[in-house]
Design a protein around this ligand. Structure first.
Ligand code: HEC
Ligand code: HEC
Ligand code: HEC
Ligand code: HEC
Ligand code: HEC
Length: 215
């Protein structure tokens, strides 16, 4: 098991300073990001009926789920290995730390943004209430290609082939625009703050910086 999608992203603790890994919780502060994500296919990567019905077929091996719910926190069972190297005979144990709600969020915020128990972002800002690390290497097209460029023949009738990365590399945009430039176009977003248990989380620098504040 060497491909990125053959493995899970190891268990992540809730980063210091926030209450949960769920997209809904992230969305209590990052309201626009949440609204955009909620409409994306990524948010439905697990609940998608077409995916669920394919997954229930006997021909679908367990690693199907690693691109659709990539964090260990989201998976009900932990795969320790394969008996006789057979992908249809995984040795599993029950995941005691399984988070069912996070599973339903599919490719949730944390799937891309939480590593080493901290939030990864493009700036590593110190203004966040949560621990943040700058990681532009991770948040590059290589993140997308972990899942969007895989070819596997599983049985003579079951094959997976997404060559979006190779298509992009061979095309005219390779040195101009990557997946993120086109699919996550830059926007100016206001920053919203929420009332937390009657305590207004009002931080003046945010007003200056984002010029928009909602309570
Ligand atoms: C390498 C990562 C990866 C693995 C492993 C993977 N998928 Fe997917 N799956 C994707 C991506 C990426 C898409 C979207 C492809 C696109 O639209 O270009 C997708 C889309 C799908 C869809 C289409 C959903 C829809 O509504 O159109 C189904 C069904 C699906 N996958 C089932 C499976 C099954 C069954 C397996 C196991 C055999 C599996 N996937 C394994 C990455 C993966
Ligand atoms: C498929 C991966 C992916 C998912 C899912 C995802 N993001 Fe991101 N996010 C990125 C990438 C890549 C960047 C860096 C974009 C850039 O180059 O500036 C980013 C940037 C950001 C930024 C900083 C830049 C900005 O726009 O202010 C915030 C905040 C953010 N994401 C929050 C979220 C939240 C909240 C969710 C869930 C509701 C989420 N993201 C889901 C990949 C993802
Ligand atoms: C209590 C409010 C709050 C919650 C909850 C919250 N964030 Fe943030 N986040 C912030 C603030 C404030 C910033 C800093 C904005 C700035 O630097 O201008 C930030 C920054 C970020 C960034 C940018 C980091 C960088 O390096 O540029 C990302 C990505 C991000 N958050 C993702 C998340 C994710 C994912 C979650 C949920 C697991 C989450 N946040 C939960 C308030 C929050
Ligand atoms: C953890 C694996 C994973 C990562 C990382 C990932 N994707 Fe996806 N992506 C998927 C899966 C799975 C689907 C299909 C979900 C479904 O239809 O059930 C998908 C769907 C999409 C779609 C919509 C395809 C359609 O047919 O509607 C786009 C566009 C997309 N991803 C772009 C990106 C970009 C850009 C990045 C990098 C910032 C990225 N993805 C990162 C797994 C991933
Ligand atoms: C120059 C801009 C651009 C770049 C770069 C780009 N895309 Fe796209 N992508 C698009 C557009 C526009 C569409 C819609 C095409 C259509 O509907 O016919 C699309 C379609 C897709 C789809 C299918 C969506 C659907 O609805 O079926 C996926 C998945 C995807 N891109 C992923 C990626 C990934 C992964 C990368 C990086 C390797 C990437 N794209 C790079 C502009 C881009």
């Amino acid at each position: 098991m060497t491909e990125p999608w053959e493995k899970v992203v190891p268990y992540q603790q809730v980063p210091e300073g926030i209450g949960s890994l769920s997209a809904e919780h992230c969305g209590s502060c990052h309201q626009d990001h949440y609204a955009e994500w909620k409409l994306s296919t990524h948010a439905n990567a697990w609940t998608d009926l077409k995916f669920q019905s394919e997954l229930k077929k006997e021909s679908s091996p367990s690693f199907c789920i690693n691109c659709h719910i990539p964090l260990e926190n989201q998976q009900e069972h932990i795969v320790l290995g394969m008996f006789d190297g057979d992908i249809y005979q995984p040795a599993t144990i029950k995941n005691q730390r399984w988070d069912r709600k996070l599973q339903n969020e599919g490719i949730t915020c944390a799937a891309c943004h939480v590593r080493e128990n901290a939030i990864t972002g493009p700036t590593g800002t110190k203004k966040a209430p949560h621990k943040t690390i700058k990681d532009t290497k991770h948040l590059s097209e290589s993140l997308c290609l972990n899942c969007h460029n895989a070819t596997a023949v599983i049985t003579p009738t079951l094959a997976c082939s997404f060559e979006t990365g190779d298509e992009w590399s061979a095309g005219p945009f390779k040195d101009e625009k990557n997946c993120i430039d086109c699919h996550m176009e830059q926007l100016e977003r206001p920053f919203y703050l929420v009332m937390k248990q009657g305590r207004a989380a009002f931080i003046p620098f945010l007003v200056l910086e984002f010029q928009s504040i909602l309570l």
